[in-house]
Unconditional design. Structure first.
Length: 646
């Protein structure tokens, strides 16, 4: 059994107003909106970066004054600073991930969007003990590294990080990646000495790199009382490609260029040439250093799902089953607990849908769907049974007889999807899709083929012409065979191209082959690519999400599409086509290759059931236009990356 959920009343926030690319005013407004209830107290302290600023002292003072939750609103560096002040305290740390990479939030499976993160902390949350890494009397919570990543951290200007996010690191990474040779290191791990050569020594309290599906290694957990030491020895372009492939495919321990050690007490790191040390995104001196393991250093607010998995003794890093990858969003893995909890939704929908035996019944069901959905927006809808589990709420609606009961079951399922978040939302959506779109799983539901066809045809008949064409194309693509190997290929493609990462890797490869031309392309492609991608992923998707009528979610569930929270337009497609457009300007002879990759990326989103073709086409057009607009604006302003590439 998991621990009881907590709700904070007296909240103290450490806000880094210049972290990442966040909007300070928006962060403050969202915090005040969620913590302004009766009986609650909210105090926000904004960091200034002054030399005499003592954040740990402010945190300890707030705890002594009765704070029952301390929130770190910033990047991983802000999180580690606040966490260090909470060592030994029972007051939990809350994380508001508004930094550049926000890897700590990814490690714990916390919501990465501003509203989702604040809603978790303002509502009921669980807590979990998190290990720490003590270095120079300060606590690290994520990674301490020496080598490529520490040099990259040292040489990337703060302004570039703020303007371009994690892509700001890539140009500096390219410079060091192909100009840094392995160094001699002397490691002492729990008293045992190791002399070796390495291009990177990483002490990890979490496996995530910050860009799924890449990880530093398997079975690296933040709450197991152990720190993992990863040693990378790569000296050539081929070595780095092999290491990258190993991290992508999860075959870390089979690569001779990667070595792993575990530490329960301490790790000493020394190098023949003194090198900078990076701790949670901030520089922390130079080698030699001594890192001490601090098991259960502080408590952190986490989702109930994370706490349940931890209580059950399961590994926190899970491989996403191939079948789940094909059905759902690869970025939101579903735990066995969530899948089991949502499973009754599938059975209930199948039972109700089987009652549709004639076109007249399908017509009555759709009439009732339209009536119950009304004019509400999807973001405004809440389930009819808010005090019950999603599956129980759907089952309750299924007790109603006739077409009204069929419609009520579908509408309640859509309402549960609209109101839920994270894994729960993904699990309900997948459960609904198993009933209404079984062909995506390669399953033949002969008993439901007739009822599903009747319901789909009636809904498609009520849609506007372009919506109907879009839905029919989606169903046609998902009616194609979905063998295991095809699912794996499509999942790998969508993972690599997430956020335009694949284009950044391609540019790094080009830089290795032609340094002058590749460096120029890196500087001129990545900024507009990142700008276009971020605009689509945040303001554009948020705008259309707010405007989406609830009936669209109901229709999506009925015809079998997985109704994602932010499905229009496709962010993957926007990044893929933006990158293809920008790369074509530099390497026109390879334009067929760039656009082939972009088209396959867009197709993979339809094939995996995440988007309609219209989402993909709109994403392609929006991404291309935004990328070209950003490129023109940057050229007109004649601005280059500050401090790098000059």
């Amino acid at each position: 059994m998991g621990e009881e959920l907590q709700q904070a009343r007296n909240v103290f926030v450490i806000l880094n107003p210049v972290a990442g690319t966040g909007d300070r005013d928006e962060v403050v407004a969202v915090l005040e909106g969620h913590f302004s209830g009766e009986g609650r107290r909210l105090k926000i302290y904004e960091t200034s970066g002054a030399p005499d600023e003592d954040i740990p002292a402010l945190v300890r003072e707030a705890v002594a004054g009765g704070a029952d939750l301390v929130i770190a609103a910033g990047g991983d560096g802000t999180v580690s600073t606040v966490a260090g002040a909470l060592v030994g305290s029972t007051v939990p740390l809350g994380v508001l991930p508004i930094g550049t990479a926000n890897v700590f939030a990814q490690v714990l499976g916390l919501p990465l969007d501003l509203n989702g993160a604040v809603e978790l902390l303002a509502d009921s949350f669980a807590t979990a003990p998190i290990d720490g890494m003590r270095l120079n009397d300060e606590l690290g919570v994520l990674h301490i590294s020496v080598g490529i990543t520490s040099l990259m951290q040292r040489d990337t200007p703060r302004e570039a990080k703020r303007r371009y996010g994690r892509l700001a690191y890539l140009y500096v990474a390219a410079r060091w990646l192909f100009g840094f040779q392995p160094q001699r290191f002397n490691l002492v791990i729990d008293g045992t000495r190791y002399r070796l050569r390495a291009s990177q020594v990483l002490i990890a309290n979490g496996g995530e790199m910050g860009q799924p599906p890449f990880t530093w290694g398997p079975d690296i957990a933040p709450d197991d009382g152990v720190l993992d030491v990863c040693v990378i020895n790569a000296s050539s372009f081929r070595d780095y490609l092999v290491v990258g492939w190993s991290t992508l495919t999860g075959r870390h321990r089979k690569n001779p260029r990667l070595r792993y050690f575990k530490a329960r007490r301490s790790i000493s790191v020394n190098s023949k040439v003194s090198l900078p040390v990076q701790r949670d995104g901030e520089l922390a001196g130079k080698t030699p250093v001594l890192v001490e393991v601090v098991p259960g250093a502080f408590r952190c607010a986490v989702t109930p799902e994370y706490a349940a998995r931890r209580a059950g003794g399961e590994a926190q890093t899970k491989e996403i089953p191939a079948r789940a990858r094909a059905v759902g969003n690869p970025a939101v893995p579903v735990s066995p607990e969530e899948a089991a909890a949502a499973a009754p939704v599938t059975a209930t929908l199948r039972t109700k849908l089987s009652q549709i035996e004639a076109p007249e019944q399908a017509r009555e069901v759709v009439d009732e769907l339209i009536r119950q959905a009304g004019d509400a927006k999807a973001v405004e809808v809440r389930p009819a049974h808010e005090d019950e589990s999603p599956a129980k709420a759907v089952q309750d609606e299924a007790r109603k007889p006739g077409p009204s009961g069929v419609a009520s079951t579908i509408v309640e399922t859509a309402a549960q999807v609209s109101a839920a978040e994270g894994e729960t939302q993904e699990a309900i959506a997948q459960a609904a899709q198993r009933a209404t779109n079984p062909e995506l799983l390669g399953v033949e539901e002969s008993e439901l083929s007739g009822p599903l066809a009747l319901l789909r045809e009636e809904i498609l008949h009520r849609m506007r012409p372009y919506q109907a064409v879009d839905a029919r194309l989606f169903l046609a693509v998902n009616g194609l065979p979905h063998p295991h190997w095809a699912n794996e290929v499509m999942y790998a493609l969508t993972a690599v191209m997430n956020g335009g990462l694949g284009w950044a890797l391609a540019l790094l490869m080009i830089t290795a082959l032609d340094r002058r031309r590749g460096s120029r392309a890196l500087r001129q492609v990545l900024p507009p690519l990142w700008i276009a991608t971020m605009i689509v992923e945040y303001p554009v998707k948020h705008y259309f999400r707010r405007r989406r009528p609830f009936i669209q979610l109901v229709q999506a569930i009925s015809v079998g599409r997985k109704p994602g929270t932010y499905s229009f337009p496709s962010g993957h497609s926007a990044a893929a086509f933006a990158g293809a457009w920008l790369l074509t300007r530099h390497f026109p002879a390879l334009s067929p290759l760039w656009y082939t990759v972009a088209v396959l990326t867009g197709f993979s989103r339809i094939y995996l059931g995440a988007h309609y073709p219209g989402d993909v086409l709109s994403g392609a057009l929006t991404g291309t236009l935004l990328a070209e607009g950003a490129r023109i604006a940057i050229d007109l302003a004649d601005e280059d990356w500050p401090g790098i590439g000059k």
